[in-house]
Design a protein. Structure first.
Lengths: 815, 197
C-alpha cells in the first residue's frame, strides 16, 4: 500500500478490483464503509463474482477473469478522450511530456525488439530520446507526436467501450457508469483509491494489471494524496516484511538485487546500479545504492567485509538466470535436480500450481525439512490419504523431518503490515511441548554446519565461517538485537554541519541518510533505518493519536521508509507547494520547509522552485506512464489472454498470450483447451478461512467444514447439478470431487458473441486438520507465472464440470 | 493523555469499585448476591499485546494467559480479542481472527520433532539433536558435493543449487533477517517466500 488502511476513509471513490476486501480483509474494509458514511464515497466493484464487497457497492460490474488490462486500458482511453485528467499534475509529475525514441513501436501485439526464438525482447528502443548531456528530451506542450502521452493515447485507441465489452463480457452501460465515476476524481480535490490483491497478481499478466491501474491513478492525480494511492492488500501477516528483507531468489534486503554471472566484480555490479538522473537536478535516490550495499555487507560480515576485498562481494552467490522462483524450483525438483528442500512455515503441496506435479517433485528429494506449528500436508506428502493424496510410501525414498515451531503468540518480534507499518509484538507464553522458534532452529542448523566446516573443511567455507554472529545469546539471538542489526550502527562519531557530534561511535543510526559507502556504518536493511534508534524500539510505540483524525497515526509503531505513512506525498501539493486538496493536506511548503502531518517524501528544505520531481526514486523524478525497460512485456500494458482461455485474442490472434512468459515444456503440455474444458475457473479465499491453516481450528472448521465450488444457476441447470449435489471438476492437470454451491452471484458473461460460464473454486482444504478431507484448488491450476514476478496464474484457467455420485462411504467416513 | 475507549472503560470500572454497592442503592441482599457472583474471568490473567497472524491488515490483538509469568508457573493462553486501542481494527476481528485461540490450541499443533525414514510408512519421534545433526550433515554433504565456485567461464559465482528453501509468511521480520543471513552465507539461490502465492 502507498497509503494507510485508515486513509481509505478520505477517498471520494473506492475501486475494488482484483480483490474482495470485504471477505479477505474484513477489518481493513471497514474503512471503505467509513468512506461511504463519512465522505459520501462511491464504491465500485469489478469482479467475476457478486461478492460481499459487491453487496455494498454503488456500482457492480462483472468481468471475465484475466481481462483487467482491456478493461482499464479502455478507462485510460476514455479519460484521455474526455480530457478527464488532472492536467497540471500530469504535466508536472509524470513523464507525459518526455519524448520516446523514434525506433520504438508496437504492432500486432508486439513491441519493437521481440525475439521470437528466445521469447524475450531487446528493450533498447523502450527509452527516451536523450540530449548530449544524457538527459531525456521533453515537450511540456505535448505537441510532439512521440511524447509519452501521445503514444499512450495511440496505444489505448483500440480499447473502445465496444471492444472492452467484447473482451471482458462487461455490459457496456455498466462499464460506462464505472468510467464516469472514476473520471470524477480527476478534479484536484477529489481522490480515488483502489484496493487490489491476488485477483490482479495471480495472472500471467499480473504485474501489468497493476501497471495499468497505476497509469489511471497518475492521470487522475491520485498518487501521493490522502484517499488515493495504489493499495495492494497483502495477504499474510508478514509477507511484506519477508519481501522487504529480500527473502526472494533474486533479492537482497531493502530491494537491492543479487549480482549475476556477468558482474564479476563489485565495480561491474555497481555500473548498472548508479542511477544517474535522467533529468537535471533530480534526486534519483538509488544513487546511494553503494552506501546501502556496503553498509549491508558490514552488517552481515563485520570486520571481514573490507575495502580491499570489495566488501566481501564474492561471498554473495551469483545468479545465472532471472531467479530461482518457486515454479523453476519445482520444475528442477520434478526433474530430479534438487536434493534437499526446507519449508519454513510454508505448505507448497497445497499452495503451488499443479498439485500432482508438486507431489511427484517432493518424492524426488533426498531430504525434506518442514518447520511449522501445524501438521501440514507437505510434511505428509509421502503418506497415502486416499484420493485426496494417493501415495505408495514404500516407493518414496525422501527423508522427512517435521520440526515443531512456536507461533505468533509465543514469540517477540515485528510484523510489517500492508501499509508498511512495523509493529512489535510480544510473547504471551511458551510453545507447546518441545516446539522451538524458527530463530533457534535456523541457528541450530547453521551452528552445526559451521562447526563441521571448521573441523572438516569443505566447499568454500569463508562466508559461513565469517558470518557476523555477535549476539548475546548465540544459540537463540534476541529479536531486539536482530532488529538493531537491521537498523544499523555507526562505527565512527557522526557530526552535523556545525561539527557537533550527533552520534557517537557504536550508536544506532537515526536514518538512512547517515549511511556511508566507506565501511563506517552498517545496516542489515537500509529501508528500516530509524526503526530501532538510541531512543529505543520505535516499532513498539503505541500512541494512537492522529492529527486531524486523517488516518496517519504517526506514533503507532513505525513505518518504513523514515516513518512515512503516505508514499510520494510531495505529489499531494501543487508545484508551488500548496495542497491540491486544502481540506486534507499531507504536507505543504511554508517558505523554508516542508511541513505537515506526514514525514515529507522529499528533501525537507528542497524549494518548490528547484523543480525536483516528487517520485524521488525514479531517475527522471516523475511517475511513469511509460515504464521504459522496467517491465518484461513492454513499456505500455497490453491485453493478452490467459494461457487457458475460452476465446481467441481478438486484438491480435497471432499473439494470444503473454509473449515473454516463461513456460516449461511439461507445463505447456499440461494446458487444456476450451473444446475439452469449456468453463473459466478462478480461485479465492472465503471469509471464514485463511489458506489451509484455519482448518486446523475447530471454529473455522465448523463454519466452513468441506470443500465446494460455486456455480451459477444457468450452468447448474444445463448440467443437471443440484444445490449441494456432488460434482467432478476437472482440468488437464487433475480432478476435484466435491459439492456444488449453486448461486445467483455468478452469472454467464457474453464474451466475443458467445456465453462464458465462470466457476468459483475456494482454496481452503487439504487432508490434515479438523475440516473434512479435500483436494485443494491447486490440484487444478496451471503452472505458468506472471512474466515479471512468476506469480502463478491461479485466477483464470479452464475446467469442465460434471454431476457425479457421492464418494464411497468409507471415504466419507474418513473425511 | 488522550482518553480512548478502553481507557474510558477502565476508568469507569475503577470508579464503580471505589464506591460501595450500598451507596448505589443495593441493600444487604444485593451485597450477598454480589459476593456470590464469580469474578471477571480475565481479571487474574496476563494481558499481552500481539498482532493477528493472518492477513496484512495486521489487527491488534490482546492475548490473555493464565499464570503470572513466575519462573515455575506454566502460562496458558485462554482468550484472544481485538485491541480496542489499535488505530486500524479498533477492537474488531473477523471470523478468522476471532477464532485464533482454536489454532493456537489446535489438536494438530506439533509438539516434538519427528522423522520419516526413506520408504517408511510413519513418522517417529526423535530428539532435537538427532534432527538438527542429521539435517546439518545432509546439507553439508550436498553442499560439498554440488557447490559451484566458478562457472564455465571461470568467473567466481559461489552458488549452491541442489538445496532450496521456502521462508515463512507469518514469521517475524527478525526471523527473516536471520534466515537470510544463514541461507545466503551458504550460497543458496533457490530461496523464496509466499509473496508469489
Amino acid at each position: 500500500m502507498t497509503n494507510t488502511w485508515q486513509d481509505i476513509k478520505n477517498a471520494n471513490v473506492v475501486l475494488c478490483m482484483g480483490g474482495n476486501a470485504a471477505e479477505a480483509h474484513p477489518c481493513g474494509f471497514k474503512w471503505v464503509i467509513e468512506a461511504k458514511i463519512e465522505n459520501r464515497a462511491k464504491v465500485i466493484v469489478v469482479d467475476p463474482r457478486f461478492t460481499r464487497t459487491a453487496s455494498v457497492a454503488d456500482v457492480y460490474a462483472p468481468i471475465r477473469p484475466g481481462t483487467d488490462i482491456a478493461f482499464l486500458s479502455g478507462v485510460i482511453r476514455l479519460l484521455l478522450e474526455k480530457g478527464a485528467i488532472q492536467r497540471e499534475y500530469v504535466r508536472a509529475y509524470t513523464n507525459a511530456g518526455l519524448i520516446v525514441r523514434e525506433d520504438f513501436g508496437f504492432e500486432e501485439g508486439l513491441f519493437t525488439g521481440y525475439d521470437e526464438q528466445g521469447g524475450s525482447y531487446d528493450k533498447s528502443s523502450w527509452h527516451y530520446e536523450v540530449d548530449d548531456q544524457g538527459y531525456a528530451k521533453v515537450d511540456d506542450t505535448w505537441q510532439h507526436p512521440r511524447c509519452v502521452i501521445n503514444l499512450l493515447r495511440q496505444h489505448v485507441d483500440r480499447y473502445t467501450p465496444e471492444m472492452v465489452s467484447r473482451i471482458c463480457g462487461t455490459p457496456q452501460d455498466k462499464y460506462l457508469e464505472v468510467c464516469e465515476l472514476i473520471a470524477s476524481t480527476a478534479a484536484p480535490d477529489k481522490a480515488l483509491t483502489n484496493l487490489f490483491a491476488l485477483g490482479w497478481a495471480q495472472h500471467s499478466v499480473g504485474s501489468q494489471n497493476i501497471r495499468t491501474m497505476a497509469i489511471v491513478q497518475l492521470l487522475l492525480g491520485n498518487i501521493g494524496v490522502a484517499g488515493g494511492g495504489m493499495n495492494a492488500l497483502r495477504g499474510h501477516s508478514n509477507i511484506q516484511g519477508l519481501t522487504d528483507v529480500g527473502l526472494m531468489s533474486n533479492l537482497m534486503p531493502g530491494y537491492m538485487t543479487l549480482p549475476n554471472d556477468a558482474e564479476t566484480n563489485f565495480e561491474q555490479y555497481m555500473q548498472t546500479r548508479q542511477y544517474k538522473p535522467l533529468r537535471p537536478g533530480q534526486t534519483s535516490y538509488w544513487q546511494n545504492y553503494r552506501s546501502f550495499f556496503v553498509s549491508f555487507q558490514k552488517a552481515i560480515y563485520g570486520d571481514a567485509a573490507r575495502a580491499d576485498n570489495d566488501w566481501a562481494y564474492d561471498w554473495l552467490p551469483k545468479l545465472d538466470n532471472d531467479g530461482y522462483d518457486i515454479l523453476r524450483a519445482f520444475e528442477m525438483m520434478a526433474k530430479g535436480e534438487i536434493n534437499g528442500y526446507i519449508c519454513q512455515g510454508f505448505n507448497p503441496l497445497q499452495s503451488f500450481p499443479d498439485r500432482g506435479k508438486i507431489r511427484r517433485a517432493l518424492g524426488n528429494l533426498k531430504f525434506l525439512v518442514v518447520m511449522d506449528p501445524l501438521d501440514t500436508e507437505t510434511s505428509r506428502f509421502w503418506q497415502d490419504f486416499g484420493p485426496q493424496n494417493p501415495s505408495d510410501p514404500a516407493k518414496i525414498q525422501t527423508e522427512v523431518f517435521q520440526l515443531p515451531t512456536t507461533c505468533f503468540a509465543e514469540e517477540n518480534g515485528s510484523l510489517i503490515n500492508s501499509a508498511r507499518w512495523m509493529q512489535w509484538h510480544w510473547k504471551a507464553t511458551d510453545g507447546p511441548g518441545e516446539a522451538r522458534s524458527d530463530i533457534w532452529i535456523m541457528t541450530g542448523i547453521f551452528h552445526r554446519m559451521r562447526e563441521m566446516y571448521r573441523k572438516e573443511g569443505g566447499a568454500f567455507p569463508d562466508p559461513i565461517l565469517n558470518l557476523s554472529w555477535n549476539y548475546t545469546d548465540p544459540i537463540s539471538p534476541d529479536p531486539e538485537e536482530l532488529a538493531k542489526d537491521m537498523n544499523g550502527y555507526t562505527f565512527t562519531d557522526l557530526n552535523d554541519a556545525s561539527g557537533a557530534v550527533v552520534l557517537r561511535a557504536g550508536q544506532l543510526l537515526d536514518n538512512f541518510g547517515q549511511l556511508r559507502d566507506d565501511g563506517t556504518t552498517s545496516s542489515g536493511c537500509w529501508i528500516f533505518t530509524g526503526c530501532y534508534t538510541e531512543k529505543g524500539n520505535q516499532m513498539a510505540r503505541r500512541d494512537a493519536s492522529d492529527p486531524r483524525e486523517q488516518g496517519i497515526a504517526p506514533n503507532w509503531g513505525w513505518a518504513w521508509p523514515a516513518n512515512r505513512r503516505i508514499m510520494y506525498n510531495r505529489a499531494s501539493a501543487d508545484p508551488a507547494g500548496n495542497p491540491w486538496n486544502p481540506a486534507k493536506p499531507l504536507i505543504r511548503w511554508n517558505g523554508s520547509h516542508w511541513v505537515g502531518i506526514d514525514v515529507p517524501d522529499y528533501g525537507p528544505t528542497t524549494k518548490p522552485s528547484d523543480g525536483v520531481g516528487p517520485f524521488i526514486m525514479n531517475t527522471e523524478g516523475l511517475g511513469r506512464l511509460f515504464a521504459l525497460d522496467q517491465m518484461v512485456e513492454g513499456p505500455f500494458p497490453e491485453h493478452y489472454e490467459p494461457f487457458e482461455s475460452p476465446v481467441p485474442n481478438v486484438l491480435h490472434p497471432k499473439v494470444e498470450s503473454n509473449p515473454v512468459a516463461r513456460v516449461f515444456a511439461d507445463d505447456r503440455a499440461a494446458f487444456g483447451t476450451a473444446s475439452d474444458f469449456p468453463y473459466v475457473a478462478t480461485t479465492y479465499r472465503l471469509t471464514e478461512h485463511f489458506h489451509v491453516w484455519t482448518k486446523h481450528g475447530r471454529m473455522n472448521s465448523i463454519l466452513q467444514p468441506e470443500e465446494f465450488v460455486e456455480i451459477g444457476e444457468t450452468l447448474a441447470k444445463e448440467k443437471g447439478i443440484e444445490q449441494g449435489g456432488w460434482v467432478r471438476l476437472t482440468s488437464k492437470r487433475g480432478v476435484v470431487v466435491c459439492k456444488a454451491y449453486v448461486t445467483k452471484r455468478i452469472r454467464p458473461l457474453t464474451v466475443n458473441g458467445g456465453s462464458t460460464h465462470v466457476i468459483g473454486v475456494p482454496i481452503h482444504w487439504g487432508f490434515t486438520g479438523q475440516a473434512r478431507k479435500g483436494y485443494g484448488a491447486n490440484t487444478l491450476t496451471p503452472s505458468v507465472g506472471d512474466a515479471n514476478s512468476q506469480t502463478p496464474e491461479f485466477k483464470a484457467f479452464l475446467v469442465n464440470i460434471e454431476k457425479t455420485r457421492p464418494p464411497e462411504p468409507e471415504n466419507a467416513a474418513n473425511a | 493523555m488522550e482518553l480512548r475507549r478502553r481507557g474510558f472503560i477502565k476508568l469507569t470500572g475503577a470508579g464503580l469499585a471505589a464506591s460501595t454497592l450500598g451507596a448505589l442503592g443495593f441493600g444487604p441482599s444485593g451485597e450477598a448476591l454480589a459476593a456470590a457472583v464469580r469474578p471477571f474471568k480475565l481479571a487474574a490473567t496476563t494481558e499481552t499485546r500481539n498482532t493477528c497472524s493472518y492477513c496484512a491488515v495486521a489487527c491488534g490483538i490482546l492475548v490473555y494467559s493464565a499464570g503470572d509469568r513466575a519462573k515455575n508457573a506454566k502460562s496458558n493462553i485462554i482468550h484472544i480479542e481485538g485491541d480496542p486501542d489499535h488505530p486500524v481494527n479498533r477492537g474488531t476481528l473477523c471470523p478468522k481472527g476471532s477464532a485464533l485461540l482454536d489454532v493456537v490450541h489446535a489438536p494438530t499443533r506439533l509438539e516434538q520433532p519427528k522423522y520419516r525414514a526413506p520408504g517408511s510408512n510413519e513418522f517417529k519421534p526423535v530428539s532435537w539433536d538427532f534432527a538438527l545433526d542429521r539435517i546439518a550433515r545432509l546439507m553439508k554433504h550436498d553442499r560439498d558435493a554440488n557447490f559451484i565456485a566458478r562457472n564455465a567461464n571461470g568467473a567466481t559465482v559461489n552458488r549452491w543449487l541442489t538445496t532450496g528453501m521456502l521462508a515463512a509468511s507469518a514469521s517475524s521480520t527478525e526471523t527473516a533477517y536471520l534466515t537470510w543471513k544463514t541461507v545466503r552465507s551458504m550460497g543458496m539461490l533457490i530461496f523464496d517466500n509466499q509473496a508469489r502465492v
